[in-house]
Design a protein around this ligand. Structure first.
Ligand code: SF4
Length: 210
């Protein structure tokens, strides 16, 4: 198994204080941006959320909104009908069950429509500062290549990574791994020649530079 501590320190040297790519100014905005980010780029989501967050500011605004109008704002993120329904229903549940505030536990977040472990972990980690380890497509690919995980199942990978990284570093680690996956360890043609974790990587298809 790869050396999680060493990989962590190499990643953290590269990304001392990484931030998630989605723009938000409150837990509610991050929850909505993360729901919109399914099957969509963060860049596109940030374009869409700028006018969306100006139009709808509170849980009540979304709860009372016409679905058709939300759909028009979020159309370009794909799956817009399902996403609009999830956003509106989420906000109605937040009003009824959680006194109008986005919940701050995994258990409660998972009761909201359109919210899986990845979305819940993003909200917990980035909006509430609670140790959490979101597993997205980059984390799945890079952690498997490095030898930190041996599964395609995000829930299993989350557990495997949690065991190898200090609890307080979970969010820092996941965010760094995502950036590393975007910049260097790309899905097609990873740039192994300029990779600062090359010596620790166990990927069998890694080019040989020794
Ligand atoms: S050596 Fe290549 S495969 Fe391994 S982490 Fe670096 S870029 Fe990814």
């Amino acid at each position: 198994m790869a050396d999680g501590k060493k990989i962590c320190s190499l990643l953290f040297e590269q990304f001392p204080s990484p931030e998630i790519a989605l723009n938000f100014s409150s837990p509610l905005e991050l929850l909505i941006a993360t729901i919109l980010s399914a099957q969509c780029t963060d860049k596109r989501v940030n374009i869409v959320t700028k006018p969306l967050f100006e139009r709808y500011r509170t849980v009540d605004d979304y709860s009372e909104a016409e679905l058709l109008e939300i759909e028009q704002y979020i159309h370009s993120t794909g799956f817009y009908r399902n996403k609009a329904k999830s956003i509106k229903t989420c906000c109605q549940i937040i009003n009824k069950q959680f006194k109008g505030s986005v919940p701050s536990t995994m258990e409660d977040l998972l009761t909201l429509p359109g919210v899986g472990r990845k979305t819940a972990n993003v909200v917990l980690g980035a909006a509430f500062g609670i140790p959490s380890l979101p597993v997205d497509t980059h984390v799945i690919r890079v952690s498997n290549r490095l030898g930190l995980a041996d599964s395609k199942d995000p829930d299993k990978i989350e557990l495997q990574l949690m065991k190898q990284v200090s609890r307080n570093d979970w969010m820092h680690f996941a965010t760094s791994l995502i950036l590393h996956g975007r910049q260097i360890c790309k899905a097609i043609k990873p740039e192994c020649g300029s990779c600062y974790i090359y010596s620790e990587c166990e990927w069998k298809e890694k080019p040989d530079y020794s």
